[in-house]
Design a protein around this ligand. Structure first.
Ligand code: FES
Length: 920
C-alpha cells in the first residue's frame, strides 16, 4: 500500500494485525514511541489527516492513501500562519522553552496532541490530555509549555556562573524533535526477536519441555530452556558489591517461584514467530504448594521458596537468618526501649500497610544485543547500571570483561526499576548462540506482571512521648514482602529502617525488620528504597502523638528532629560515614508552615466537603552506604569545546545537564561548550550506576574533579609557555589569560591532547530533607479526596538547576500521590497479577495531579559537588503520611493502609464517627 508520511510517499506492506505504530517504527520513524499496546499512554500519538490518533490502536492498513504526520514531520506540517522556528513547530519550541519533559519518552506524543489544541481546549488540559500519560514531570512543566511559559535560561559568554541557573537539558532539541534515540530507536539489520514463555503457576517444577512443535514454527531460530543455560545463580538486583543481594536466581530455572517467571525463551525472525514458538512449547509442570503471604511464609512448615534443599542439594537457609523463607533481617536497639515507654505520657501504637506499586516508566525494560566488528558482545540496554550489568554478564557467561560492552541510549524513565538485570542476560545468550543481533522489549503486560515493584510492607510502630512532646521511645517492626527473589531485599529493609528514625533524636530505639520470600512477583528497588513505607507509619504516628498532646505538628517535629552535631542513630551505635554536610530541615519546616498559614480560605463546593491540613517530613542519606564509585574524563578540543565522558546514565534525572554545568563552572565556560557522553562501558573505567541521585552527587563529584584537574592542567601548560606561576592564569572561553596576554587553546594543544580524569568514591555521605504539606477536602458521603493545595520544601543543598530540580520534586510528589491514593499492583488468590494495563493500573493523569508549590532551603553542602545534594528520590517519601494526616485532620479518621481509596476512607470515617459517638 501507499501512504504519505511527513510529506513523503512511502510504500509499505503491513502484516496481518499490525498496528500503524509498529509499521511506522519499522519504516524508521522512531519518534513514534511504544509505551503500551492499548491506547492508554499516548506515547505513539501521530496525526492522521491532521487529527491526533493513538497509532497503536489503528490497524496499519487503514493508513492507506492517508496523510500521516509524526513528530519528525510536525514542523513541516505547520500552516503558514503558524510558521515555524528554526525547524521546530511552535509547540515543539514551547516544550523546549519550558522544558516540558524529563526523560522525554512521552514528549513526542504529548506534543502531537498539544499541537492541535485550540484556545478552548488549552483552557481545559485535564480533558484535552486525558489520553497522554507522563510518569516523570507531574504535568506542571507540560502545562507551562502549553501555556507558553518560557522557563529555561540560555547562557551566552559572559553571563556568569552556570551553576544555580535553569540551563536547558542538552538533549532538549532531540527530545522535542523526536531525534533523541531511546533504547530501541535504532535500525538493526538482520534482527532476531526474543520472547519468553512464562509460568502459569506460582510454584512448580518443570518436569519436561517438548520443543519439537515450537522448532517447527516458521521463523523460529532457537529455543532456550533451563537445560541450555549456565547453571549459575545470581541476583537480578545490581549493587557495587554483588554479595549485597542473595544469589538466588537463574537465567532459566526448572523451579518456578511466581506466576510470570521465565519458563523458556524463543528466538525468531519476527515477534509474531517468537510468540507462536512460545505458544507451541509443550511443558509438563509438577505443581507444588505455594505461599503468597509473608506471615504464612514465616510459619513453621510453610512451603519453602528458594532454600528448599530438595531443589538445591547441599544448600540450606543461610544460618544467620531465623527462617528459611527470610531473604534478610535487621535487628537493633539503642538505649532501653522498655524503659523509654515507661517514661512516656502518651504512646501511639498501630500497624500500617503499604501496597505494591509499579514504577510504570513509559519505556519498558528491554535490550538489544549484537556482536561488533571485533566479535565483542554489545548490549544496548534500558538500564540505570550499565557497568554493573556488564560485570554481571561477563561473570554469568564466563566472558572476559573487556569482551562485553554495555551502553545506554536515552533511557525512558527508571525510578529504581532499572537497577535490575531483567532482560540483558537472555539477549546476550541469544546473541552468542545465534551470532545475530537480538532484541527483547517487554510488553506493558510483562512490565506489570513479571518485573519488580515496590516492596509491600507491614509496619508496626510504637512511639512514646512526654507531655512536652519529647520522644521517649520508638519501636518498629517491619515485614517486607520481597516476593520470589531477594533482589534488593536486604538493601531495602536496612534503608527503610534507617533514616526514618535516624531523623529523630530519641534516646531509645528498637527495630526488627524481616524481608520475606513468597511465591509472588519479585519486589525490587523503587524510589525511596523502603523509606516511603516506613515513613508513612512513623510520620502518621508523630501526627497522632502531636494531636494527643495538643501540639502543632510542625512544633512536635521541631522539638524532636536531629540538629547538626547530634549523632545520627537509627538502631545501632556502629560508626558510619554520614555527616551533616549541610542542614536545612529547620528551613523546610518553616517554609511549609508559613505557606500553610498563608493559604487563602478553601474554596469548596458544599458543606459535604470536610477540609483539613497535614504535613510530614523525611530525611535521606544522599548516597547508598558501603561504596559507590564513579569516574569522569574530560578533554579539551581545539575549538574550545570540551568532551566529557561519564559512566552514569541519563533517564530523566537531569544528570547530563548538571554535569555540563559543573564542568563549565570549573572551566570558565558555558554549558553549551561541554559535549557529554554517558552510560557506555567503553568510554570510562567504572560507574556504580544511578541510585537515588548519585548521578549528581557522586558522578558529579568525579566530573568536578576532572574539570578542575583540566583547568589546572591548562594553566600549567600556559605557564610553561608564558612564564610565571599557573595561578596567575585564568581559563576562559577562548584560551588561558595571564597578565601578559592570552594563549589560545590551539597553542596549548600543539604538544598533544590535554585530558584529565576524576574519581569519586561516595564517602562521606550527607543528608537531605523534605517536608510536604497538603490541604485536602474529603467528601463525607463518598470518601472522595480532593487535594486543594500541595506544598513541598526541599533541602537539596545548592540547587544546581532550579527548573530541573523543581521538576524532579513535582514529578516525585505526583508519583507518590498516585501511590497514596489509587495505584496498586493487585494479585489474585493464586498469585497472578491482575493489573496488567494502564487502564486498570491507574497512574496519575493530568487531571489527577495538583500543581505542587516547591520551596528550597538555602544551604550549601560541604560534601556534595559545588554544594549540591541529592533530590530525585526523596520527595516521594513524605507524601503518603502528609496526605493521611490531612485526611485525619479533615475527618477524624486515621488511615493505616495505602492506597486511600474512597471506600476505605468512607469506612474509616464511619468507624471514627461510631467511635466518637459510642458511649464510654
Ligand atoms: Fe513524560 Fe518521562 S518525561 S514519561
Amino acid at each position: 500500500m501507499i501512504l504519505h508520511v511527513n510529506g513523503q510517499e512511502q510504500a509499505a506492506s503491513p502484516r496481518p494485525g499490525q498496528c500503524l505504530r509498529t509499521m511506522l517504527r519499522e519504516l524508521g520513524w522512531f519518534g513514534v514511541k511504544k509505551g503500551c499496546d492499548a491506547g492508554d499512554c499516548g506515547a505513539c500519538t501521530v496525526h492522521l489527516d491532521g487529527e491526533p490518533v493513538h497509532s497503536c490502536l489503528l490497524p496499519a492498513f487503514r493508513a492507506e492513501g492517508r496523510r500521516v504526520t509524526t513528530i519528525e514531520g510536525l514542523a513541516g506540517s505547520c500552516t503558514p500562519e503558524l510558521g515555524e522556528t528554526a525547524g521546530l513547530h511552535p509547540m515543539q519550541q514551547a516544550f523546549l522553552d519550558a522544558q516540558g519533559y524529563q526523560c522525554g519518552f512521552c514528549t513526542p506524543g504529548m506534543i502531537m496532541t498539544a499541537s492541535v489544541l485550540d484556545q478552548g481546549q488549552r483552557s481545559d488540559l485535564a480533558t484535552a490530555l486525558k489520553g497522554n500519560l507522563c510518569r516523570c514531570t507531574g504535568y506542571g512543566a507540560i502545562a507551562e509549555a502549553i501555556a507558553g511559559v518560557a522557563r529555561v535560561e540560555r547562557l551566552a559568554d559572559g553571563d556568569g556562573e552556570p551553576c544555580g541557573r535553569s540551563i536547558p537539558a542538552p538533549a532538549g532539541r532531540g527530545i522535542v524533535s523526536g531525534d533523541a534515540a531511546f533504547t530501541f530507536d535504532l535500525a538493526v539489520p538482520d534482527l532476531l526477536h526474543l520472547k519468553v514463555l512464562r509460568s502459569p503457576h506460582a510454584h512448580a517444577r518443570i518436569s519436561r519441555i517438548d520443543r519439537a512443535a515450537a522448532l517447527a514454527v516458521p521463523g523460529v531460530v532457537a529455543i532456550f530452556t533451563h537445560e541450555d543455560v549456565p547453571a549459575k545463580s545470581f541476583s537480578t538486583g545490581r549493587h557495587e558489591n554483588p554479595l549485597d543481594d542473595a544469589a538466588d536466581t537463574r537465567i532459566l530455572d526448572p523451579i518456578l517461584r511466581f506466576i510470570g517467571q521465565r519458563v523458556a525463551a524463543v528466538v525468531a525472525i519476527s515477534e509474531e514467530a517468537a510468540e507462536a514458538g512460545c505458544g507451541a512449547l509443550l511443558v509438563d509442570y509438577e505443581i507444588r504448594d505455594a505461599v503468597l503471604d509473608p506471615d504464612e511464609a514465616m510459619r513453621p512448615g510453610s512451603p519453602l521458596v528458594v532454600h528448599d534443599s530438595a531443589d538445591q542439594p547441599g544448600e540450606d537457609a543461610p544460618p544467620r537468618l531465623s527462617h528459611p523463607n527470610l531473604a534478610a533481617e535487621v535487628h537493633g536497639e539503642v538505649g532501653d526501649v522498655t524503659a523509654g515507654f515507661a517514661e512516656a505520657d502518651l504512646i501511639h501504637e498501630a500497624t500500617y500497610h503499604s501496597q505494591r506499586v509499579q514504577h510504570a516508566h513509559l519505556e519498558t525494560h528491554g535490550a538489544l544485543g549484537w556482536r561488533d566488528d571485533d566479535g565483542r558482545l554489545v548490549i544496548r540496554s534500558s538500564t540505570q547500571t550499565p557497568f554493573l550489568t556488564r560485570d554481571a554478564l561477563a561473570d554469568l557467561l564466563e566472558l572476559e570483561r573487556d569482551s562485553v560492552r554495555v551502553l545506554c541510549g536515552r533511557v525512558g524513565g527508571g525510578f529504581g526499576g532499572k537497577q535490575e538485570m531483567l532482560t540483558e542476560d537472555l539477549v546476550a545468550l541469544a546473541v552468542l548462540a545465534t551470532g545475530r543481533p537480538v532484541k527483547w522489549e517487554l510488553t506493558r503486560q510483562e512490565q506489570f506482571s513479571a518485573t519488580t515493584t515496590r516492596h509491600p510492607m507491614r509496619v508496626t510502630v510504637k512511639m512514646g512521648a512526654r507531655r512536652d512532646g519529647t520522644l521517649t521511645a520508638i519501636a518498629l517492626n517491619v515485614v517486607s514482602n520481597t516476593g520470589a527473589y531477594g533482589n534488593h531485599a536486604g538493601g531495602v529493609i536496612h534503608h527503610g529502617c534507617n533514616e526514618v528514625i535516624g531523623v529523630y533524636r530519641c534516646p531509645n530505639k528498637r527495630v526488627d525488620g524481616y524481608a520475606v520470600y513468597t511465591h509472588t512477583l519479585p519486589s525490587g528497588a523503587f524510589r525511596g528504597y523502603g523509606l516511603s513505607q516506613t515513613i508513612f507509619a512513623v510520620e502518621s504516628a508523630m501526627d497522632e502523638l502531636a494531636r494527643g498532646l495538643g501540639l502543632d505538628p510542625f512544633e512536635m517535629r521541631r522539638r524532636n528532629v536531629v540538629r547538626p552535631g547530634d549523632p545520627m542513630v537509627s538502631n545501632s551505635l556502629e560508626p558510619h560515614d554520614v555527616e551533616y554536610g549541610s542542614y536545612g530541615l529547620d528551613q523546610c519546616l518553616d517554609l511549609v508552615a508559613a505557606a500553610m498559614r498563608e493559604l487563602a480560605p478553601a474554596d469548596i463546593p458544599s458543606a459535604d466537603w470536610l477540609v483539613g491540613t497535614g504535613m510530614a517530613l523525611a530525611m535521606i542519606d544522599t548516597i547508598p552506604p558501603r561504596g559507590h564509585f564513579a569516574e569522569a574524563r574530560i578533554a579539551l578540543r581545539a575549538d574550545g569545546t570540551y568532551a566529557l565522558d561519564v559512566g552514569t546514565a541519563e533517564f530523566g534525572n537531569g544528570t547530563t545537564t548538571v554535569h555540563a554545568q559543573i564542568a563549565a563552572s570549573a572551566l570558565g565556560t558555558i554549558p553549551d561548550r561541554i559535549s557529554l557522553c554517558h552510560g557506555d562501558t567503553d568510554r570510562i573505567g567504572h560507574d556504580t550506576g544511578a541510585y537515588g541521585s548519585t548521578g549528581i552527587v557522586v558522578a558529579g563529584q568525579a566530573t568536578l574533579k576532572a574539570a578542575l584537574a583540566l583547568s589546572q592542567g591548562l594553566r600549567e601548560a600556559a605557564a610553561e609557555r608564558g612564564g610565571g606561576a599557573p595561578d596567575q592564569y585564568r581559563v576562559h572561553r577562548d584560551g588561558v589569560s595571564s597578565p601578559s596576554g592570552d594563549i589560545g587553546f590551539s597553542d596549548l594543544l600543539s604538544d598533544g591532547p590535554i585530558v584529565r580524569r576524576g574519581k569519586a568514591d561516595g564517602s562521606p555521605r550527607s543528608v537531605a530533607f523534605n517536608v510536604q504539606g497538603f490541604r485536602v477536602a474529603v467528601h463525607r458521603s463518598s470518601g472522595e479526596v480532593r487535594i486543594l493545595d500541595s506544598l513541598h520544601a526541599a533541602d537539596a543543598g545548592r540547587v544546581m538547576n532550579p527548573m530541573q530540580c523543581r521538576g524532579q520534586i513535582e514529578g516525585g510528589v505526583a508519583q507518590a500521590i498516585g501511590a497514596a491514593l489509587y495505584e496498586a499492583v493487585r494479585i489474585d488468590d493464586e498469585g497472578r497479577v491482575v493489573t496488567q494495563t494502564f487502564r486498570n493500573y491507574h497512574i496519575p493523569a493530568f487531571a489527577d495531579v495538583p500543581r505542587t508549590k516547591v520551596f528550597f532551603a538555602d544551604t550549601y553542602d560541604r560534601i556534595g559537588p559545588l554544594g549540591a545534594k541529592s533530590m530525585s528520590e526523596s520527595p516521594f517519601n513524605p507524601v503518603a503520611p502528609a496526605l493521611a494526616n490531612a485526611i485525619r485532620d479533615a475527618t477524624g479518621a486515621r488511615l493505616t493502609a495505602t492506597p486511600f481509596a474512597p471506600d476505605r476512607i468512607y469506612l474509616s470515617v464511619m468507624e471514627a464517627v461510631e467511635h466518637r459517638d459510642s458511649p464510654v
